[in-house]
Design a protein around this ligand. Sequence first.
Ligand code: HEC
Length: 722
Amino acid sequence: MRTKIFFLISILLVCGCHESKNKYINWEVYNGTNSGIKYSSLNQVNTTNVTQLEVAWIYKTGDADTIHSSQIQCNPIVVDGILYGVGPAMKLFAIDAQTGKEKWVFDVNARAATLSDTTKFHNIINSRGIAYWTDGKQDSRIFFTAGSYTYAVNAKTGKPIADFGNNGSIDLHDDLGRDVKDMYVSNSSPGMVFKDLIILGTRIDEEPPAAPGHIRAYNAITGKLQWIFHTIPQPGEYGFDSWEDTNAWKHAGAANDWAGFTLDEERGILFVPTGSAVYDFYGGKRKGANLFANCLLALDAASGKRLWHFQFVHHDLWDRDLPSPPVLVRITKNGKQIDAVAQTTKTGMVYVFERETGKPVFEINEVPFDTISELKGEKVWPTQPIPKHPQPFVRQTFTIKDINPYLSSQKQIELKETLKTYRFGKMFLPPGLTPSVLFPGFDGGSEWGGPSYDPETGILYVNANEIPWIIKMNPNKTEIPKHENWLQAGKRLYLMHCAECHATNLQGSGNNPSLIQIKSKYKISEFSALVLNGRRRMPGFKKLQGEEINALATYILELKKEQNRKFKSVTNIDSINEMPYKMAGYTKFYSSDGYPAITPPWGTLNAINLNTGDLIWKKPLGEYEALKLKGIAATGTENYGGSVVTAGGLVFIAASRDAKFRAFDKKTGNILWEYPLPAAGFATPAIYELHGKQYIVIACGGGKLNTTSYDAFVAFTLPNKN
Ligand code: HEC
């Protein structure tokens, strides 16, 4: 479809009627194009006039939820003058891309309320974007996932298309070849359209029992399954023997693609970045390299057949999911041009492969790492592949020398004392009972925003986090005491299922909220519905049995009357899903006054020349006002969402915690423009042209890193010349 439009535009350009007829330059796909490069050929806004940018319009969705820290991670799409996006409460909307005026809204929650089985629709997560398909004539559709349902919505009316799937949607629980109806299956990134296929990845639970992350292609017109690729191979399939347990294909979970896809349309190659297998941090029950977890898969887009794969982390124990779709690049090496695909990782590295063969463009070596685990039954993989080039874009170790020098000397001493009790200083330290420092942390290195790439110069722009996190494993007491009351059972179940995110003391960790004082916020029935069905990034716990949910409510909502009721246990949990160890929580290594333990920068924007593999510049991304007032140079902040590079010589990026939208000079990395957004823009901008004007739009949803939630899409353009 897109090729046709491109062809049309080319004809218009050739016939010299560019100005009058070529009304639209679209942003038709998540991240701009199927190649994932986040590049805009527009140059009306450029290094000489970027400071004149002004707000063209603001569209407010009206449904930010400040109490529950709602977010918007959406990179909207723009097709022929209409912008489609998703707000914080998962309302899909269409607006006029010139004025921001609303055309229609599709509210899945409102729709759910009119249906009988409302529980189905509660488990709604964030949407990073949507996909657009058209037959080039009358039929145009938006594919949009909320909860476990992928909808085909009429792009003109906002109404689900009744003859697609089951009354307008398909349930991602179906067609996986296993009964996963009580498990969490959703999708935060959009599917990829290839001809008349809509190809879908999934978001899956991080702990067992979890659904397998198989990749599926559906007919975009009917919603019928067309092909499936087993990311956990079945008997007879390539990779089956990378699992020591020959039954793994029946019960192992995840190895899913939550990050989205890249498509080489001409060659018909689909690139699929996958995440780790479940359980993330203990692999004693999934021994082996675990293909196709942590892989870049090249699949034949038409049939789903594997062309090649590369595994970035063998037997992952660190949740090193591939965080974003790779980018299609063209590299000049020894005078030869190579069509390649580049993947950035949470470890802060770039891996580059020839697109058709998967052959590394720069040398990649299997490097030995520590193999001794404190955890019984673990079998750590002895080596991991590390590229010699390009050079990493974040620091690779954290030691005592790297303690943040801007902290008070007392705080520095505290951190040094703490660090002495940890294992640190190396990558891939096996998780154990003694805490270990994971650096770069769980959120990268590179994150879901992914890099942008300039095809004119061969330069890759990647924003990164440089924050140490802590991994600590605890023995998982799975034995159920004979005599327990609801309070005791509630505490035990909390430690087993919830503490990993909400911390052992209920205080919350990482981006997971505190549950202290939650009793004033939830009725028992609301609490139960939330825990069973999940909400946004909170997984559902349909696996809870009998009185378990009541026991949890008794503990967390501090129900006094129920405390002493005798707990009747029903255990029919499959033992393969019982882990002997659980991670204690997603904890960042911060000082007690709220700053990273490591010396800055904490967030950066990096430019890497992919022809040479050299890092050509590295700049802090974002600031802390309090530190700036003390005269400390920009430190960068943690950041989420990607950049867009333009033919106008600019790299546009929000992403930072300080809620600024910035334009960097793509050559020098100097900041040319900075604009205070109404809330942090943890999303990737979209850039398009309409009626001769260039627009740059960014979602401002806040909600991460303790910033206020908001509900706006803000578009910028140059003032009209009069
Ligand atoms: C994988 C991480 C994770 C796990 C495991 C998890 N939660 Fe959550 N929880 C979250 C996140 C993230 C949110 C915020 C949800 C949102 O954005 O709406 C949340 C929200 C909540 C809330 C609402 C908090 C509020 O302020 O409104 C409750 C209650 C809750 N969780 C209870 C539980 C219980 C009980 C368990 C265990 C059975 C559990 N959670 C397990 C991540 C998790």
